[in-house]
Every structure is written in C-alpha cells, then in structure tokens.
Design a protein around this ligand. Structure first.
Ligand SMILES: [Zn+2]
Length: 269
C-alpha cells in the first residue's frame, strides 16, 4: 500500500511531525522494501526535529533513538488531531489530549515487506510500546498492519477484520462511566483478525471480529498466532502487561493491557 504510506508521510511532513532524517530516509519512502537491520539504523541523521516538535517531555526524550521509530505529542489542530477528532478521540473523551502520544514504528509483514506503522497510545506506555515494536521489527516478527483506527472511522470491528494493530480508541465500559483500557490508550491489540476476542454467552460463542472464527481453535496452525511461545507475548508480559489470552471467563488473544491497579494509579476513579 505504498500510495497510502506516501500520503501519510506527506501529511506528517506537512505538519512538521516528520523529522528531517526520517523524511529523507529511503526506508520510509515506500512500504515494500526488504527488512534489514540497516533499515532501522538510519543514515546517521540527528532526529532532533521530533524532539522539538513533541508536546510532552516523554515524547521528546525518546525521539532520538533509531530512525523509523519515534514518539511525538499531539496538539489540537495538528494533522494527527485532525484525524482522531470526532473519531477515536470522541467528543465526550475524558482523557486529556496531553496524555496521548503518536508513535511511528517500522514493522514487517509475513512476506518480509517493511511498512511504516503508526499508533496512538497513552504516554505512560509509549516508550515501552515503542521498545517492544522495535524489538519485534528487529526479530522480523510479522505484523500485517498498524494504522490508526481512525482510518476505519474508529470502528473496531472493521479495523480488526483488516487485521489492524492499534491501541487508543476512547470508550466507556458498557453501562458505566468508567473508561475502558483502550479508552485510555493503555491496551494494545496485535494482529487482531488472527487473534480474536472470544466469549461464551448462554451457550453462544461471541467472536470479534466475526471473521476471526477460523482462528478460535488455538490448537490449529496459522500465521500471526499469539500464544505463550510467541515473542510478542513475551515482550509485553516481561514489561508488566497482562495478556487477554490468559483470561478465564473470556479470551482476547490480540489484547495486552496494563493491570487494573496500574490504571487506577494513573487515573484514580
Ligand atoms: Zn484489546
């Protein structure tokens, strides 16, 4: 999807979000180049631009790592804001925009093509998630797609059917005034089609996305499957995340989240 990549890159460049080294990088010029460590090492450009553009100190602090991987803040009126407003950042959103960060990270699909991924998540996990994504990229761990859920009108089902990986999408937990962990950007979903949410209700199996039904049987062999031997699982759990595949009343194989106690510390109810 090179056309889309170029469009997004150009949007970011126009908004000043792309630092100089990145905009010029051949690794980011297209989506379908062979994965190599060289792509992540960069050409030695100093990515100071991202730091100076970052709204928050955490974003700025991490921006100068590897080319192709960076974090910036989001401000009202910028290009990311225009994409998320009224969509994942809903009109009744109670999470301050200053608590969110925009991440860019390279990722590799099953065929070994390199893509520019993007994600919005909470500042409390942004550094950790970027570190995980970098390690997954270096290991050539396949992630098919990583776009903002706003590209799907913030509709989770549509995003999951497209096997999209994402984090922030504001919502309250059903019938409560409590914000869900995705609503805070404190949960991350990876390779969502192949790692569906599964819950039995009155003997009926509820699957999200519905098209993920072929992947409910976790003894079967298929690509993008997350289990206890999976690198993505290990990296998230090592850093204190919980995996929805370990839940007993339901399974959410795509889902990694901060424990509830941590979320309550960050956002006292
Ligand atoms: Zn999730």
């Amino acid at each position: 999807m090179a056309d889309k990549c170029i469009t997004r890159r150009d949007m970011l460049r126009a908004s000043g979000l792309v630092f100089a080294g990145m905009a010029a990088s051949s690794a980011l010029g297209g989506c379908a180049q062979a994965a190599s460590s060289g792509a992540a090492q960069g050409s030695g450009s100093t990515p100071q631009g991202a730091g100076s553009q970052a709204a928050g100190s955490q974003g700025a602090a991490s921006a100068g790592s590897d080319e192709g991987f960076f974090i910036v803040g989001i401000e009202k009126g910028d290009e990311v804001w225009k994409r998320i407003e009224h969509k994942s950042y809903k009109d009744d959103c109670t999470v301050p925009l200053s608590d969110l960060r925009y991440l860019r990270a390279l990722h590799v699909d099953l065929e070994g093509n390199v893509h520019e991924g993007e994600m919005v998540c909470n500042k409390a996990i942004a550094e950790t998630v970027l570190d995980i994504l970098r390690k997954l990229y270096e290991a050539k761990y396949p992630i098919e797609r990583m776009r903002l859920v706003d590209d799907y009108d913030a509709d989770d089902e549509t995003s999951m059917r497209d096997n999209n990986s994402s984090s922030f999408n504001f919502r309250f937990i059903s019938h409560t005034t409590r914000v869900s962990k995705h609503g805070y950007g404190l949960a991350v979903d990876i390779n969502t089609l192949y790692n569906p949410y599964v819950k039995e209700v009155d003997g009926v199996t509820h699957i999200e996305p519905e098209t993920g039904a072929p992947y409910v049987d976790r003894t079967a062999s298929f690509p993008y499957k997350i289990d206890h031997d999976d690198l993505c699982y290990k990296l998230f759990v090592e850093r204190g995340f919980e995996w929805g595949g370990d839940w007993t009343d339901r399974k959410d194989y795509q889902h990694f989240e901060l424990p509830t106690e941590k979320v309550n510390e960050l956002y006292p109810q």
